[in-house]
Ligand binder design. Structure first.
Ligand code: UT7
Length: 331
């Protein structure tokens, strides 16, 4: 019996961003927008776009390899691969299966989790539960998305916001009861399903010539509504995750929020009463990379030396569904 003290710990992190950079200046040539508008309203200056002929799992693979190296764990010893994505390589099987094959992680069971931008928090929470209950000893948790594939590059209200990328963490088990994942909290409100969605390509409206002509395979969003609910929801769930972990906001060394819009992040920090020097922001470089945004920012923060042993870090995310979540992790 592993007992109540068993916890998941983050053993390693990794990330991968495609090489192709699309700047605000590039977008000025495609739609009626300006670098100034995009910068002021979102904080985004550029984003990465996955090259044609590559799929989501290609990015995930490189992020996963880096996380495994960092953790000192071999892919063949992985018990599980849980991949958060809403842009899987295929409608089926899951991208986690594609990744399992690329990594030759033959012992691992693998599946995708789709909670859009919030997906990494969901995948982390699922993996954490498997570990805490003793079903598995380790897991690779990946957040990887290529939202560029779902963009209408003529729609200035969406095409300026998103980018592609992948982030990964390797979780292991600790029996000493110190640190690790202290809490995870998840929520959804499906009444907002059509506030941010891709209308066609699923079972309700499968791909047809007409759906392609009508651009129904691309992201449709009411940005103002997303903005409003995102700030409120991320604050609320962050407070709930902190309470469950028994951690006060003053004890948090770093907040790693979903990177959708700098204004959302600043508003959230303000509501949480935490200064911006304790908040990781990289949205200017990558835009909104959906499920990849939190693990990419986490990996960058670790590699920049912003996270030390014993530090308590608050992760939170919000996206289509609406689905949102938070986690409190001690390193
Ligand atoms: O993971 C969650 C994913 N989604 C999000 O995070 C989205 C959250 N929402 C947002 O980030 C913001 O709502 C946006 C950045 C999408 C939009 O900012 P906003 O301050 O809410 O602007 P708005 O939608 O109210 O638009 C203001 C004006 C409009 O023109 P009029 O009606 O005032 O004449 C828009 O048509 O700006 C116009 N506009 C643009 N102008 C130049 C909208 N997009 C653009 C653009 N360039 N790209």
């Amino acid at each position: 019996m592993s007992g109540a003290q068993r916890r998941s710990v983050i053993l390693g992190t990794g990330s991968e961003l495609p090489a192709k950079v699309v700047t605000n200046g590039d977008l000025e040539k495609m739609v009626d927008t300006s670098d100034e508008w995009i910068t002021v309203r979102t904080g985004i200056k550029e984003r990465r776009v996955l090259e044609e002929g590559k799929g989501n799992a290609d990015m995930a693979y490189h992020a996963a390899k880096r996380a495994l190296d960092d953790a000192g764990i071999k892919a063949k010893d992985l018990d599980a691969i849980i991949m958060a994505t809403c842009t899987a390589d295929y409608l089926m099987p899951s991208s986690a299966c594609v990744l399992e094959d690329m990594l030759e992680a033959r012992k691992a069971f693998s599946f995708d989790v789709n909670a859009a931008c919030s997906g990494f928090l969901n995948a982390l929470s699922v993996a954490d539960s498997f570990i805490r209950t003793g079903q598995i000893g380790n897991a690779l948790v990946v957040g990887s998305d290529a939202l560029s594939r779902l963009l209408n590059w003529q729609d200035r209200t969406t095409c300026i916001l998103f980018g592609d990328g992948a982030g990964a963490v390797v979780l292991g088990a600790s029996e000493n009861g110190h640190g690790g994942i202290l809490s995870t909290k998840l929520r959804t409100d499906g009444s907002y399903a059509k506030t941010l969605y891709v209308p066609a390509g699923g079972s309700l409206k499968p791909a047809r010539l007409e759906t392609v002509r009508n651009n129904e395979h691309t992201i449709t969003m009411n940005g103002k509504e997303v903005f409003k609910v995102a700030v409120r929801s991320m604050e609320e769930i962050s407070r709930q995750a902190l309470e469950e972990a028994g951690v006060k906001i003053e004890q948090v060394s770093l907040v790693i929020p979903h990177q959708a819009n700098r204004r959302i992040i600043v508003a959230l920090a303000d509501r949480l009463g935490i200064s911006m020097d304790k908040v990781v922001v990289n949205v200017e470089k990558y835009g909104n990379t959906s499920a990849a945004s939190v693990p990419v920012a986490l990996d960058e923060a670790r590699r920049q030396g912003r996270i030390h042993k014993g530090d308590i870090v608050l992760l939170n995310a919000f996206g289509a569904g609406f689905a949102w979540g938070a986690a409190v992790v001690q390193f």
